[in-house]
Design a protein around this ligand. Structure first.
Ligand code: FES
Length: 105
């Protein structure tokens, strides 16, 4: 499945992310800037914060409890905010679009 990551300045990166990997891993492995993932996907750093495109938000599932609490401390959290390490790629998410917050630029 393909994911499009859109940087704060509008630069788009369209990459293939294997099913079962996280949206965070897909960015890090493909050199997409703006996702630092300091904690390596443990839901403990919030440097993998993304804004999920409205059309896709429901399909990415619900925020976990720890994710919710991390996001409550993150800068510029929006209703469509997710931690990308907590979104697992599935065939259903082919075409997913996420935007990266300015703070992670
Ligand atoms: Fe640290 Fe997602 S990589 S919270």
């Amino acid at each position: 499945p393909q994911v499009t990551y859109i940087e704060h300045d509008g630069t788009e990166h369209r990459v293939a992310v294997e099913e079962g990997l996280s949206v965070m891993r897909g960015a890090v492995d493909n050199g997409v800037p703006g996702i630092d993932a300091d904690c390596g996907g443990q839901c403990a750093c919030a440097t993998c914060h993304v804004f999920v495109d409205e059309a896709w938000f429901a399909k990415t599932g619900d925020r976990g409890e720890q994710e919710e609490s991390m996001l409550s401390f993150a800068a510029a959290t929006q209703p469509n905010s997710r931690l990308s390490c907590q979104i697992e790629m599935t065939a259903e998410l082919d075409g997913l679009v996420v935007r990266l917050p300015e703070a992670q630029h």
